[in-house]
Design a protein around this ligand. Structure first.
Ligand SMILES: [Fe+2]
Length: 585
C-alpha cells in the first residue's frame, strides 16, 4: 500500500465521525497486512468499479469478541449492570469504547469531565489519545504496578475543553489489581461542566462496546465502537468521493476467504457512479487510514482516441511482470484486458497471487496516479493441473484463487463488459474450468445481442490460430470462430504461447481483408518467451510472429482501430490498422 502523502489536507465534510478522527493523526505504520487495492471492471464501466484487496491473516488475533453492554462493567459488589461472570481468575483487563457527541448548545468554556467509579485502575483515551490514567503503568497487555482502589464513590476528573458539536470516540481500559481479586468495577459517565453544573454527554448506564478476555487490536481507541446493533468495529472501511469535491460516502464491503489460504479478499463493488469521473477513495483498517488512491469511470459516450492494453501470461519473474505492468500504466489506458495465466499459481500457490496483486497495485498506475482497472480472463495456470482441457474441464473448484478474487464470475469465467453502448468486451474460458463447446450457445447469444454496439472484442487464453508453438485449439476454430466472423468481432485476443503473433483478417483460416477477423496474441506479458517455429510462414493466416515480451495497445477512433505491439520499454515493433466495420457512429 502506498501511504497517505504528508500534508494532504482532509475535508471537513466527512460524513461519519470515524474517518474524521484518525485522519487528524499520522497513519499507523503497522506492518503491511494488505495487498492491493486494485480495480476490476465486471459490469458497465461507465458507472461501476470493483475495488479489491487481500488482507493477510491477522496474527495478533483477538481472543475475545466485542459485545455491547450497559455501563458499569465488572463483578462482585453487586454494583454492575453488565456482569462479567467469567472474569475472575481468567482475565484482569476490560476494554470499553463508544462514540460521543458534545451537545450543540454547550457554551464556550465548557469542560469535558468524567465521573467514574473504578476498581482498581484505568486509562482513558479521548479521540485516540490518552487523556487520563489512574493507578496503572503501561497499557493493554503490558501493564504493571496496578494499585488497589475501591469504587466506593463517584470521582470526577477533567478531560479538557468540551467543544459544542464535537464528535469523537471515548475508550477506557480498566485493570484489576490481580487475577483473583474479589471485585472489579468500571462505571463511567461523561458530562460537560458549565456554569458549575454537569450536563450529560454519555449518561450513566449508557451502552458501550466492551471486550473482556481478549486483547484489542491496534487502533482500538479510535474505533467507533457502537455501530448499529453491532459492537465490533469493522476491520476495513472504504470511503470515496469525486476528486473535484463533495461529501465522502462509505462503500458496502464484502469479504470472503481467499482460495485455500487464511487470507481474506475484501471488495467494494461500487455502482451508480458518475461516468467519466475521477474518484478519490481511501481505506481504513480498524479505524486508521492506510492510504488513498484514485480511479476513473469510463466516459458515458465514445471519445476519440480511447485506448486499452491487453496481454496475458504475466508472472514469469517479478521483474518482468513489474516492467510490463509499469508499461501498461505509462501508456495511460482506460483499462487493461488480461487474458489468463495471471499469477501462475496453478490453483495452489496463493502467495504468487499476493505478488501479482502487489505488482499491479504498485506498477500499473497511470502517470497522474490513476489505478488502471482490469478486465480479467481465465487461463490454464489459474487451475490445478494447469492443462488445456477443452472437453473435460475440471470445474471452478479447481481455480480457488481466481474465483474468490474476482467478481462477476458467478456463472463461470465467461463475462461481458459493456461500456455504455459504444464498446463491448467479451471474455471466455478456453477450456480451463468450462468446456469450450458448452459456452458456444452463450457466446452466440452475447454476440447476437450486441450487433448495435460499434466496437467489440473477444479475449480468451488458448489460441485457435497459433504459430505452431503448441497445438491449435481446434474446438475454438470449430465452435467460436464462425461466430466471430458472423458477428463481425473486431479483434480476438489470444494468449498462452509466450510469443507475439498477428494474423491477417481471416475467415475460416483464409485471408479476407474485408470480412475477416483479426487475431492477436499470444501471451508474453511477463513470462519467459518461447521461440517461434521456423516454418511459421507456412501458416498463411499469419501476418507476423516474433519471440518477444510485449503488450498490445489498442487505440480507437470513430473510424478505425490501431493495434500496436510494444515492449516494456515502449518500443513499438509491430502495428496494424483496421477500419470500424460494425456501423459505428
Ligand atoms: Fe497458458
Amino acid at each position: 500500500m502506498r501511504r497517505e502523502s504528508p500534508g494532504r489536507s482532509f475535508p471537513e465534510s466527512v460524513t461519519r465521525a470515524l474517518f474524521l478522527i484518525p485522519f487528524l493523526f499520522v497513519p499507523l505504520s503497522l506492518s503491511a497486512a494488505e495487498y492491493g487495492p486494485f480495480c476490476q471492471w465486471h459490469r458497465d464501466p461507465t458507472t461501476s468499479m470493483a475495488i479489491h484487496w487481500i488482507a493477510t491473516e491477522e496474527k495478533e488475533g483477538e481472543r475475545g469478541e466485542w459485545k455491547l453492554g450497559a455501563a458499569g462493567f465488572g463483578y462482585g459488589d453487586d454494583d454492575d449492570q453488565t456482569v462479567l461472570k467469567g472474569m475472575r481468575k481468567k482475565y484482569r483487563s476490560v476494554y470499553i469504547r463508544r462514540p460521543y457527541e458534545v451537545p450543540a448548545n454547550a457554551p464556550e468554556g465548557a469542560e469535558l469531565t468524567i465521573g467514574i467509579r473504578y476498581d482498581d485502575a484505568f486509562i482513558l483515551y479521548l479521540d485516540g489519545k490518552e487523556a487520563l490514567r489512574k493507578g496503572v503503568e503501561g497499557a493493554g497487555a503490558d501493564i504493571s504496578k496496578v494499585k488497589k482502589h475501591e469504587a466506593e464513590v463517584w470521582e470526577y476528573f477533567k478531560l479538557g475543553p468540551a467543544v459544542a458539536g464535537h464528535k469523537g470516540v471515548i475508550a477506557i481500559e480498566g485493570h484489576n489489581e490481580s487475577l483473583d481479586s474479589s471485585d472489579f468495577t468500571l462505571r463511567p459517565r461523561i458530562d460537560y461542566r458549565a456554569n458549575r453544573k454537569l450536563h450529560p454527554v454519555v449518561r450513566e448506564g449508557a451502552k458501550w462496546a466492551y471486550l473482556g478476555g481478549g486483547t484489542p487490536r491496534a487502533g482500538w481507541t479510535r474505533i467507533e465502537g457502537v455501530k448499529g446493533e453491532g459492537a465490533e468495529a469493522p476491520r476495513y472501511q472504504l470511503a470515496l468521493r469525486p476528486k473535484t469535491g463533495g461529501g465522502w460516502t462509505f462503500a458496502n464491503l464484502r469479504d470472503r476467504k481467499f482460495g485455500t489460504t487464511e487470507h481474506r479478499v475484501f471488495s467494494a463493488d461500487l455502482g451508480d457512479l458518475e461516468p467519466g469521473t475521477r474518484y478519490l477513495f481511501k481505506i481504513a483498517r480498524w479505524g486508521a487510514p492506510i492510504g488513498s488512491w484514485e480511479f476513473e469511470t469510463a466516459p458515458a459516450t465514445f471519445e476519440e482516441g480511447m485506448t486499452f492494453v491487453t496481454g496475458g501470461d504475466m508472472y514469469g519473474t517479478r521483474a518482468w511482470m513489474d516492467a510490463m505492468n509499469r508499461r501498461a500504466g505509462q501508456e495511460d489506458p482506460l483499462f487493461a484486458l488480461l487474458g489468463g495465466d495471471l499469477a501462475y499459481a496453478n490453483g495452489t500457490k496463493g502467495n504468487r497471487w499476493l505478488d501479482w496483486v502487489d505488482s499491479w497495485h504498485k506498477c500499473a498506475v497511470a502517470p497522474d496516479g490513476r489505478l488502471i482497472p482490469m478486465i480479467v480472463v481465465i487461463g490454464n495456470h489459474e487451475v490445478k493441473g494447469y492443462k488445456f482441457r477443452p472437453t473435460d474441464a475440471p470445474g471452478r473448484a479447481q481455480a480457488p484463487f481466481y474465483f474468490s478474487l474476482f467478481l462477476g464470475q458467478e456463472e463461470g469465467a465467461q463475462l461481458t463488459v459493456d461500456f455504455g453502448n459504444y464498446l463491448s468486451v467479451v471474455g471466455i474460458d478456453s477450456g480451463h474450468t468450462t468446456n469450450i463447446a458448452a459456452q458456444t450457445q452463450w457466446l452466440a447469444r452475447i454476440l447476437g445481442n450486441r450487433l448495435g454496439i460499434p466496437r467489440q472484442f473477444v479475449c480468451y487464453h488458448r489460441p485457435a490460430w497459433g504459430a505452431g508453438v503448441k497445438d491449435d485449439a481446434n474446438d475454438i476454430r470449430r465452435e467460436w470462430s464462425p461466430l466471430f466472423e458472423q458477428f463481425k468481432v473486431d479483434c480476438v485476443f489470444e494468449n498462452d504461447h509466450h510469443i507475439y503473433k498477428r494474423t491477417h483478417p481471416i475467415v475460416g483460416g483464409k485471408r479476407n481483408d474485408r470480412d475477416g477477423v483479426l487475431y492477436l496474441g499470444d501471451g508474453a506479458w511477463g513470462v519467459k518467451i518461447r521461440s517461434v517455429p521456423k516454418d511459421w510462414k507456412k501458416r498463411t493466416y499469419l501476418a507476423e510472429a516474433r519471440s518477444v515480451n510485449h503488450l498490445i495497445k489498442v487505440t480507437m477512433t470513430s473510424g478505425q482501430f490501431v493495434y500496436e505491439a510494444m515492449t516494456a520499454d515502449g518500443d513499438i515493433f509491430d502495428e496494424t490498422m483496421r477500419s470500424v466495420r460494425r456501423g459505428a457512429k
